[in-house]
Design a protein around this ligand. Structure first.
Ligand SMILES: [Zn+2]
Length: 265
């Protein structure tokens, strides 16, 4: 496969790693150039730290995680966690489209704009902005200021949308050889992994799980809990395709028009 440029577009550090970390690491290992965009600074994502403390660790954690995946670089858009939907849609679309044009991105990864039941407003906002940016990045009259800056229109040809439900999935990617890198990338997001375990414990407590089962969980030592969760989720997906671990997507690819196949009337 010819070398491609892959642009992962996420609302938060750890979104891409949870849903696509193995696939992104695999693509990097296959020789493709992988870049990450993170729209917010995760600065409401903690029960322990202040927004300022979270903002301070956002970039270093993102860079550590990107290095674990083998990515070429990270672009932080710097929005406030939870408020991404307050940004004017065309502005957010323009920022992502500029990166698509600068990097000449062939493949994007993001939350699925058409997925129902998505409860996080940042996920909904980034999904639509990424979809709209990818749809029109090759149209020169969208964001002509990019062309004034010397960029050229560019056509995105493949889209990997994270799939949370089996009925949305039309592509499973075997990540059996990349689980270690996926976990290393997740562990790079120390603040977010502590949050993930803290939130798990709070949810368990709220639903009546016996306190004795929760008392021994130390979120600061999050690795075994994250590993267990990923082995379970990605293992179940892997079983669907006869491999150890897999990740799931709703995948879309541009197809050559019918007349090139000789099927036009
Ligand atoms: Zn998120």
């Amino acid at each position: 496969m010819a070398k491609k440029v892959v642009l992962s577009i996420a609302a938060h550090g750890d979104d891409a790693e949870f849903f696509a970390g193995g696939t992104l690491a695999k693509m990097a290992d296959d020789g493709h150039d992988v870049y990450l965009v993170i729209a917010t600074h995760n600065d409401r994502g903690s029960f322990r730290l202040s927004p300022g403390e979270l903002r301070a660790c956002a970039q270093p954690e993102a860079e550590a995680s990107a290095a674990a995946l083998g990515a070429q670089g990270v672009f932080m858009l710097g929005y406030v966690d939870g408020d991404l939907g307050d940004e004017k849609q065309s502005v957010l679309r323009g920022k992502i489209m500029r990166l698509i044009r600068e990097l000449r991105a062939d493949i994007i990864f993001c939350w699925d704009p058409f997925a129902p039941f998505e409860d996080h407003p940042d996920h909904r906002a980034v999904a639509w902005a990424a979809s709209d940016a990818a749809t029109f990045a090759h149209f020169p009259l969208y964001h002509p200021e990019h062309l004034t800056d010397g960029l050229k229109p560019y056509r995105v040809t493949e889209r990997y949308w994270y799939s949370k439900a089996g009925w949305q999935t039309n592509r499973l990617v075997d990540i059996s050889d990349y689980m270690d890198k996926k976990l290393a990338a997740l562990y790079g997001y120390h603040c977010q992994m502590v949050l993930t375990v803290d939130d798990f414990v709070q949810a368990a407590r709220a639903t009546g799980v016996d306190e004795s089962k929760l008392a021994t969980i130390d979120a600061l030592k999050f690795k075994p809990y994250i590993q267990t969760a990923m082995h379970a989720r990605n293992g179940a997906l892997g079983a669907q395709m006869g491999t150890v671990y897999a990740e799931a997507f709703r995948y879309e690819r541009e197809e050559a028009p019918n007349f090139l196949h000789g099927t036009a009337e």
